[in-house]
Each structure stands twice: as structure tokens, then as C-alpha cells.
Design a binder for this molecule. Sequence first.
Ligand SMILES: [Zn+2]
Length: 494
Amino acid sequence: MTSAAPVKTQYEAVIGLETHCQLKTTTKIFCSCATDFGAPPNHQVCPICMGMPGVLPVLNQKVLEYAVKAGLALNCQIASYSKFDRKQYFYPDLPKNYQISQYDLPIAEHGWLEIELVDAAGDPCHKKVGITRLHMEEDAGKLVHGGSDRLSGSTYSLADFNRTGVPLCEIVSEPDLRSGAEAAEYAQELRRILRYLGVCDGNMQEGSLRCDVNISMRPVGQTKFGTKVEIKNMNSFNAIQRAIDYEIERQTEALECGELIIQETRLWEEGTQQTISMRVKEGSSDYRYFPEPDLCAIELPAEQLVQWQSELPELPAHKRHYYETELGLSAYDARLLTDDRVVAEYFESTVVAGGNPKQAANWIMGDITGYLNNHKLSITELALQPQGLAELIVLIENSTISSKIAKDLLPELLSRGGSAKEMVERQGLTQIADPGTLTTMINEVLLAHPQELEQYRNGKTKLQGFFVGQIMKKTGGRAEPKITNQLLVQKLKG
Ligand SMILES: [Zn+2]
């Protein structure tokens, strides 16, 4: 009797993200210090954000507005009553020795965010990711660890408190994600939404958007969570995806070898493409939260909520859906065009002005994006207005100009703007589509190249391209290609 081989346990990853987003306010959360990135160290500080005794914080209204708008866009329930709490911990970049945050009554809870994925068959599919909570808090300062001091030989660290009190919004997801790709897509969609709202610039290199990942593995079918590991220090979507995929592999191998996963914080190392252990968690920290006595509780009037709700822009997912179903664009094009709100708005204005959607998408994603990248410009700085682009597209569509001429006109239109129609009229670039005129020109060209004509008639038919080239040269590229080719073939065949 042979016994069946033991079935290998299949594991699945359980992943949740905690995202810290810096809110794009001009001043800090509880004082009027500026929030500009890159200012000289300790030039944007005051007694309040330096935690001097006897000072009183006052909540920046914009912070509340931005947090509520983010909560609404993430389908959260907005708390009609919310408050701030003190989270006590000591760290040299935290001058007060506590952080003002929100604990048991966050401003928003119980939301969701839908992400677009590709299934195993390569077809697009959607997944809803739960949002546990969203709360407001202040950022800490920054420590710069120096080398050794030349005189004393001792090592030192410098503290920069410019960032202390910069407003943050922490967004915690449910552990609904299952792979690095899903987590990266979640983070990207979250950033798109925050950027559409104008509440966060989403610049990961400057730390305006920071993601911490919680990840554990469990046998497929088991509901209980495994021991979770936290990964920090990822400053790109690519890093999030790779760090998670690395960790899934590491934890799966460990479990298959019968090892225990240790609850710890790990760092993503870009150089080696690995996560490394940073510190082992010894139980959950006791932050001794208590209500912040220097700030009033937040009672949000219903009218205020209605007002902010009415100010929300159309969100990227809605735009993507509209582009695909109503404008006939591919999922890929819709995704690319809606990634940045100003690009999407430029595209939509072009369509409203009469430009064919597919053509408008091609011009914007092709030549226009190339021009913007080369000149380090935003589409809002482009001299060519959507109306002008729409005109150009119409001129090609109704065969007034060839697409070759359109490409020739584009550099001037991009840099100086103006009307494509006027430009075409002024420079006499209208396409020649009149069969009589074209026939005359074709006859002239054939007469001027008797040798090539003979070769063609002896079977060298690829010379057709040569003749088309000659006609284009003669007309400055203005001959309508389709009619020209038809007439030319007739003539060539004699
Ligand atoms: Zn300040």
C-alpha cells in the first residue's frame, strides 16, 4: 500500500497599509509657521511648535477641511464629534515629548477605496479595500545624524524642527490586500485621490506621502492572522511592491521550514533589494493616550459637511469609467490620462471643444507629453490651449491638412499657442485633395523620372514610394495621401 504524498500547505499574505500624508496647507496644524519644504533648518519654528511651556495650540481650519474632504472621498463616515489626544513618547525630534494625534474618536472611519487590477487571465477587475480610519495629527521634527566632530572626535546629531507641527493625515487600511501589486495599486490610487482633492502633493521623495506596510502569512482557508511584520522606509510604489514580494517569499520559506515569524519592524534596503530587521517589538507600546486639554473637541455642523461634500471634484475612478464607457478609450489610455487631474481636465476641454477623444488622447499622451517632459513644464503652462488642439484635430479629420503637416505645425503651436486654423491659412498649408490638381502634378513627376517609370513598369513596384515622395516634395507635404496614391497607381499602370 502506498501512502499519498503530503499536501503542501499553501500560504496567503494578509497586508494592510498605514499611510501618512502631509496636508498641503501653507501653515502648520496648531501655529502659523510656514510649511515650505527645504527651508534652512529651524527657520520655520515658534514657541508653539517648539513645545515651549505655557503656549496654546489652535487648530488650523484648513487641516480639518482637508481631512474631512479626504474622508469623504474615501467613502468614510465623518464623525460629528471628534477630539485630539496626546500620544506620549520621548524622542529627540519631538520637543513636547508628546504628539497631538487622535485616538478613540478619529475624524473619519469605516470607508473604502476601489482599486483596478488585472486578473490571472489578464482581464481588468476591481477590488474594494476597506479604510479603517483616517485621523489628523502633527508631524515630528527631523534628526540629521552627523559623522564625528573634528575637535572632540565624538559623534553628533542635529535636530531640525521645521517639520514639527506640519499637518498629517494618517490613513489606515483594513488588511484586505494580498500581494505587492495590490498594495502598490492601493497606494497609487490613494495618492491620485489626495492629489485630485488638492489636499496633499503626494511627493514621496520629499516625504509628503509615506507608507508603512503590515504583512503576515497564513495558510489559505485559515481566518486567524499570522504574526505580522512591519516594513518601513519605502519611498516609491515600486519599493512597496518589491518589499512586500520579498517579505512574502521570506516568510513563506520560514514557515515551510517550521520556523516562527518574529513580530518585528523591518527596513527596506533599496541597494540589496531586501528587508532587514530593525527592531523587535516587545508587545504594543503604552502611549498613555489622554484627551488633549488645550484643544476643544471638534463638533462638525451638518451644513459645513454638506458644503465640503459639494466642493469635492470628480474623482479619478469616475473619470476612468466615463472615458472608457462614454468616450470609447481603452482602459490603458483612460488610466494614463486621469493620473493627473490637470491633464484629465485638459483632455476633457479638448473633447468639449470638438476634438475627437481618441485623437485628443493620442496627441496629449504622445507629442504633448514629450514636449512637456523635455521642457519640464506642466500642461497648465502650455501655450497651446485645448481649443487650439481641438482645431488641429478637426483640420486633420476633415482632411484640410495631413497629419504630417499637423506634426510640423505642432512645435510652434506648443510654444506660442494660437489658432491652428489661422496658421494653416496664413502659411497656405491646406491639403491638396482636388483630383485635377493632383493628376497634373503626378503627370509632371512621371515625366521628370522616365527611368524610374520604366523600372516600375518592368516590375519594380516598390518604386511607388519613390513617386509618392516626389509628389510630397513638390507639394510641400500637402498632397492628400489616399487620393494621391489612388491616382498614382492608375497612372503608373498606364
Ligand atoms: Zn510654529
